[in-house]
Design a protein. Structure first.
Length: 618
């Protein structure tokens, strides 16, 4: 923006313009209407109204009347303050004048002339001195004019005699000057000196302040950056300030940062510089630099903003991106934390089933349990696999003690995935009916050092129970496992297939073709399809079809029956295979469902299972 100079008197009307430009110097409109103020002798006169309009982009027109009460010699200045690109620019003078002490008033086009009677007489006497004339009769007017104009000599329309000054004028009017005259006033009024001055001042910024947009904070040591002020006179020429300008850095977090700024130097006319230092310990924040300089016609200010940011130590390469993608792929392959937590709370073993099975096998070996002790597919003994009514008091007492430890371990299972393994091992102690004398540590897990020096014998465990009869039914299979003897059915506790006793002896494992590596069947809520079940029946004849096999499902957490005595379909020509169509209640909600298969052979009923159906939300 700039100012407009001219000769004015009190009561004169002022009508002028000023430009507004952006950072690139191109004319732009201000964000909001510029604020105008009139100053008399350096003091704001709030009583003077300024009319402001915006005739074109980047150009503002202002109009006001100099109060008649101002005196000759008073200084009058108009300032405009604009906001461009979100930055409030400092006030800038757009009009300045000193009311003239030599010209009180002057006539302008259209002013009325008050002439005295004598003046009017002298005027028309001189015009009409050559004869009487009226408004309707010119008399000898034309002749008199011709005589007056051509009194210097005889002239014709084609031959005009020279007169004083004509030759000089024609000599100076060259072809170049004639071209200039042809281009004057072709599209509007010719700019006045005041207009030119206003444009010059608008194009020249009186004070500028520059700094880098980002100042990098180093990992160690310091970095330095230059902050520069420049000054200009009203016509845009460089000029030094009166005294040394000031530059004040202020952090948005730390407040005053003057200690980080060096002394202001003046390397050349109109140029002032200072060095700002950023150390490794400095705060990353926005810093505003406020510059102020006193020039011949007032104090001018300017601000600039920079950001302190961390120093970039290394580029993120293509190899880095590949490594990150690999990590993401591995993360995607892991189960969700919510699924792991839900599985553990339900008593599952998503994370450590293999580890749990290995620990259970180790416990069985260290306790010297008999080879015929039943297990499910995961290698963990279950309560349903043990004799129905053991009569050994010591075993009963041990079961009660282990049940208490199992309850304590169950509470701990809700707190961590590691506790889930403790629960399963504690349950193993119950299901295997360990004697009450078996000690345990705080976690409820038996340790090798806690066991008696001599393991109990098979005979001691079997004494007084139906296990003594079972011992005659089972023999080793040569691979570390067990199998029925040829006389197993005759030696069965139910008396060789009679008396209608439900027994749980022999290989009672039931699996599903669709089960995973953990021996469980993974299902989603609402699944409805048929599972292919396989019962390991050892040397037992294949038997018939239909009602010989029945399937039952229960909620593992509550023990409530879901499906009772469902008749599965046997798969033709496949020994021990059956197709079980899931009932609607089996997968109605997220839970663990225990499935058992019951087979009736004459009066004997044999139970196979359980198989765990792990139902999860999608």
């Amino acid at each position: 923006m700039g100012n407009n100079l001219g000769i004015y008197s009190p009561g004169d009307a002022v009508d002028s313009v000023f430009p507004v430009s952006g950072a690139t110097g191109v004319g732009v409109n201000a964000d909001i209407t510029p604020v105008m103020s009139v100053w008399k002798n350096g003091v704001v006169d709030g009583g003077v109204a300024v009319t402001l309009s915006n005739p074109s982009t980047g150009l503002y027109r202002f109009q006001f009347t100099i109060p008649g009460g101002y005196a000759l010699g008073d200084s009058v200045r108009v300032q405009a303050q604009a906001t461009v690109g979100g930055i409030v620019l400092p006030p800038s003078p757009v009009f300045e004048t000193r009311l003239s002490s030599s010209i009180a008033s002057r006539a302008v086009a259209g002013d009325a002339m008050a002439l005295t009677g004598g003046e009017r007489t002298t005027l028309y006497t001189g015009i009409w001195a050559n004869g009487a004339r009226t408004l309707t009769g010119f008399g000898t007017l034309v002749a008199d004019v011709a005589v007056a104009v051509w009194a210097a000599g005889a002239r014709t329309l084609t031959a005009i005699s020279d007169s004083a000054g004509i030759t000089t004028l024609l000599g100076r009017l060259s072809a170049t000057r004639s071209g200039y005259l042809d281009n004057l006033n072709t599209s509007g009024i010719v700019a006045s000196q005041a207009d030119i001055t206003a444009l010059n001042q608008g194009a020249s910024r009186r004070i500028t302040l520059a700094c880098v947009g980002t100042m990098e904070r180093p990992e160690a040591g310091t970095n330095t950056f230059t902050v520069e002020l420049r000054m200009y006179d009203p016509d845009g020429a460089v000029v030094n300030a009166t005294g040394t300008p000031t530059i004040v850095p202020t952090g948005i977090v730390s407040g005053s940062l003057a200690a980080n700024l060096g002394a202001v130097s003046n390397p050349s006319t109109g140029v002032y510089r200072a060095i700002y230092t950023v150390a490794a310990a400095h705060v990353t924040q926005e810093i505003r630099f406020d510059g102020s300089a006193v020039l011949a016609d007032g104090t001018f200010t300017m601000s600039a903003v920079s950001q302190v940011a961390d120093f970039v130590a290394a580029n993120f390469s293509t190899a880095d991106r590949t490594t990150l993608a690999d990590i993401l792929a591995l993360a995607d392959a892991l189960p969700l934390l919510s699924e792991i937590r839900a599985d553990v709370e339900r008593g599952g073993g998503m994370l450590d089933l293999a580890k749990i099975a290995a620990l259970a096998a180790q416990a069985r070996a260290e306790l010297a349990l008999p080879a015929f002790a039943p297990t499910n597919a995961s290698g963990l003994g279950l309560k349903s696999d043990l004799p129905v009514a053991p009569d050994n008091a010591n075993i009963a007492a041990g079961a009660a003690s282990a049940a208490t430890a199992a309850a304590q371990s169950t509470t701990a299972a809700t707190q961590s995935t590691t506790a889930a393994a403790d629960i399963l091992l504690a349950k193993t102690r119950v299901l295997l009916a360990l004697p009450a004398i078996a000690p345990s540590n705080n976690a409820g897990l038996p340790l090798k050092s806690d066991l008696p020096a001599a393991a109990p014998t098979v005979g001691a465990i079997q004494a007084g129970t139906s296990l003594a009869d079972l011992a005659t039914m089972v023999t080793g299979d040569g691979t570390g496992g067990a199998k029925f003897t040829s006389s197993a059915l005759e030696n069965a506790p139910s008396g060789g297939g009679g008396n209608g006793v439900i027994t749980r002896s022999g290989p009672s494992i039931i699996t599903a073709v669709d089960s995973g590596i953990d021996g469980q069947v993974g299902l989603f809520v609402g699944d409805r399809y048929s599972l292919t079940l396989r019962a390991l029946i050892g040397t037992e004849p294949p038997g018939g079809t239909g009602a010989d096999w029945l399937v039952n499902t229960t909620d593992e957490a509550t023990g409530v029956a879901i499906s009772t005595d469902v008749d599965p379909t046997m798969i033709a020509e496949e020994l021990g295979y059956m197709a079980y169509a899931l009932a609607a209640g089996d997968t109605v909600s997220s839970r663990r469902v225990r499935l058992t298969a019951k087979r009736t052979l004459g009066s004997d009923v044999r139970i196979f299972g359980p198989l765990v159906l792990n139902v999860r939300d999608r």
